[in-house]
Ligand binder design. Structure first.
Ligand code: PLP
Length: 485
């Protein structure tokens, strides 16, 4: 088929045409990974601008993929904020590493659905294997079994659904009508996915009880205990506590060993949200920070955050996989098979029936980089973050708002004598100016009323020079905006 020939009447693209265009696409990917740094990190488009460049409806007759690739290059890519850029420091970075991208490509080619073992035996077994490799790297006991979900939000939802099932053993049959109110506890720094799970589980928003955090944004265990005692005395049924190891705003670590003791005492489920920082447990120097998390009932860790695995990939480790399956398993006749008792049916561990072959990219990342190679990379980022924290501490007018944790530093420009509102507005302008430069991308958080800049280091291509440059941009912006004021 020559360029711009219309697609055939029926069937897929001819194989030779696929080969030609796929080679072109792979060349584009390789060039992109090489040159991504020359693109602005944050997309320079206005809302609606991308969509306006497409026809309002799909074409009646098929069009060539050459034209589509041109649209990709000219319209879509300029509308992308590049998470793969080494100066992407926003949210928690994610990397489309080379082995991860290959895993996605190969999984797309197979397009299998690993809902039950026979629907794709290797996809089921590679998921068992990859999550077990990961468990070993993290130093978790062998009774934790992992399943892969799309996001930490869903992993946490499934963990808390299991906790609800344990607290209300009849919930599958009768629902929660007429039952005493239940409650789920997490620190006031916990990710919003915990509260969303409470909403989704039909517990009502009042069933989420945020627990005060201390000066370093860690849950105060004595406040948790007091809340549990108060609730039990009032006839409320505690269901679960979520400890966050690596909070979204500051990467602070809740005192998980103490929280685990309290959870045991009150006989409630302990879920650990370590979506970002969990990766750090593979680093021998960082492992002690996780001491006590092995006392959890479930732990979520996202390889698509700080583990070089492209989105989406979230691993839920559960100590009681039979209880997780107990909350979700519902096998219709057409999905029964002879081997279902002796093999894993991934569909039983969450809401979705269909399961993408996400394990392939995770296995490829671990196999390609190795546990020591992964640990070296993560430790490098921690050293960069520590160095950045030192620069902030020494720079006149700058201050850190929380201790640096793993590869995340939170700080702001607060010249002496400037009021809170003015300081907040100034930091917003600094952030906007740096992001508009296209040379670095950061996001923000608000901590006890203070607008705070947040830099999380973690893209596979990020080097110390990128951090140095972002810090220069921030200081230049602060200086220019202070002069202009
Ligand atoms: N938990 C924590 C601590 C997070 O920081 C985030 C996202 O940044 C999430 C959960 C939600 O992750 P996901 O986007 O995978 O649902």
């Amino acid at each position: 088929m020559t360029k711009n020939t219309p697609i055939g009447e029926v069937g897929d693209l001819p194989p030779e045409e696929f080969r030609r265009i796929a080679h072109e696409a792979v060349d584009w990917i390789a060039d992109y990974l090489t040159n991504v740094e020359s693109l602005p990190v944050k997309a320079k488009v206005r809302p609606g601008e991308v969509r306006a460049r497409f026809p309002a409806s799909a074409p009646e007759e098929g069009e060539s993929l050459d034209g589509a690739l041109a649209t990709w290059r000219d319209v879509i890519v300029p509308g992308i904020t590049h998470w793969n850029h080494p100066a992407f420091f926003g949210y928690f970075p994610s990397s489309g590493s080379a082995p991860g991208i290959l895993g996605e490509m190969l999984a797309a080619a197979l397009n299998v659905n690993a809902m039950v073992w026979r629907s794709s035996p290797a996809a089921t077994e590679v998921e068992e294997l990859a999550t077990d490799w990961l468990r070993q790297m993290l130093g978790l006991p062998a009774d934790f079994e992992g399943v892969i979900n799309d996001t930490a939000s869903n992993s946490t939802l499934y963990a808390l659904a299991t906790a609800r099932q344990v607290a209300y053993p009849d919930v599958r049959q009768t629902g929660l009508f007429g039952q005493p109110r239940g409650r789920i506890y997490a620190s006031d720094q916990a990710h919003s996915s915990v509260e969303k799970a409470v909403l989704t589980l039909g517990l009502g928003r009042g069933s989420f009880r945020p627990i005060e955090s201390d000066d370093a944004f860690r849950m105060r265990p004595e406040a948790l205990r007091a809340a549990l005692e108060e609730d039990v005395a009032a006839g409320v049924r505690p269901i679960a506590v979520v400890a966050t190891l690596g909070t979204t705003s500051t990467a602070s670590m809740d005192p998980v060993a103490e929280i685990a003791r309290i959870a045991r005492e009150f006989e409630i489920w302990l879920h650990v949200d370590s979506a970002y920082a969990g990766s750090g447990a593979i680093v021998p120097e960082l492992r002690p920070r996780f001491s006590g998390w092995e006392g959890a009932d479930s732990i979520v860790m996202n390889p698509h955050k700080w583990f070089f695995t492209p989105s989406d990939c979230s691993v839920l480790f559960c100590r009681h996989p039979e209880q997780l399956a107990g909350a979700f398993s519902l096998v219709p006749e057409y999905l029964r098979s002879a081997e279902q008792g002796s093999t894993r049916s991934l569909m039983n561990y969450g809401v979705a029936l269909g399961r993408r072959f996400r394990a392939l990219k995770l296995w490829l990342v671990m196999r390609t980089f190795g546990s020591a190679g992964l640990a070296r990379r993560l430790l490098d980022y921690v050293h960069m973050a520590d160095e950045l924290a030192g620069w902030v501490d020494e720079a006149p007018g700058w201050e850190r708002v929380a201790p640096a944790s793993f590869s995340t530093v939170v700080f702001r420009y607060a010249p002496a004598g400037m009021g809170l509102d003015e300081t907040n507005a100034l930091n917003q302008r600094i952030l906007d100016r740096v992001n508009a430069s296209g040379e670095a991308f950061l996001t923000h958080t608000v901590l006890r009323g203070k607008m705070t800049l947040r830099m999380a280091i973690g893209n596979v291509k990020t080097t110390r020079e990128h951090v140095v440059h972002a810090w220069e941009l921030l200081r230049d912006a602060a200086e220019a905006l202070s002069k202009a004021a």
